[in-house]
Write a protein that binds this ligand. Structure first.
Ligand SMILES: [Zn+2]
Ligand SMILES: [Zn+2]
Length: 210
């Protein structure tokens, strides 16, 4: 059951940048950026989730072709999630606070150990498939539906993972409460499935409009 062991949610530490006040105040919209063909119902689901959980208005941006610069083919055709969130960050229009990429393409990163070496076994971690990635804090994140299954299961996972990555953008860390959607997925979809579709009160309080 390799499928269930591979993915995880990850965060990147992005210097000491703070979340811009306009974003904290939800004055800016979140731009949903389809990368390649994306299901419009899935976009709508994310729009509703961001509105309900965070109070963000959203706007859907014109489709972006999957960027060749992020393409990799180590085990299979994938797009590098760290490259994608940098491309999104750099393409963000001024009127948008956070840009959120959604794709059907498989996305991956390299996982590193404590000393900065590629985590062992390298065959697993050099190109490691993930669900989503977002800067913490920062202005961009990306989620792929490739590993999320289908139907109702997919929709629930997509909602939680989108909210999780935007939570990182807003500066939220992983939460020790396993029922909170900011829990670390620790390389397992089961962790995502066990979490509720909402933040715990503690995390909620941290991202209140200021
Ligand atoms: Zn995370
Ligand atoms: Zn929490």
């Amino acid at each position: 059951m390799r499928f269930y062991l591979m993915p995880l949610l990850l965060l990147l530490f992005y210097g000491c940048n703070n979340v811009p006040r306009e974003v904290q105040q939800r004055k800016y919209q979140v731009g949903i950026q389809p990368i390649g063909n994306v299901n419009s119902e899935q976009i709508e689901l994310i729009q509703n989730a961001l509105k309900d959980e965070y109070g963000f208005e959203t706007v859907v941006l014109p489709v972006m072709a999957p960027p060749q610069r992020a393409f990799i083919n180590v085990k299979s055709a994938r797009y590098r999630a760290d490259t994608l969130i940098r491309i999104l960050r750099d393409s963000r229009p001024d009127s948008i606070g956070i840009i959120f990429g959604l794709t059907n393409k498989d996305i991956s990163i390299t996982k590193y150990g404590a000393k900065g070496e590629i985590k062992k076994p390298q065959s697993t971690y050099k190109d490691f498939g993930i669900f989503g990635l977002g800067f913490k804090p920062g202005t961009s994140s990306v989620v792929s539906v490739y590993r999320l299954g289908k139907g109702k299961t997919l929709r629930s996972r997509l909602k939680k993972i989108a909210l999780h990555e935007i939570g990182h953008n807003l500066g939220l860390k992983h939460c020790p409460d396993k029922s909170c959607l900011m829990t670390d997925a620790v390389e397992s979809i089961g962790t995502v499935d066990a979490a509720k579709e909402t933040l715990c009160e503690n995390c909620k309080a941290k991202i209140q409009k200021k």
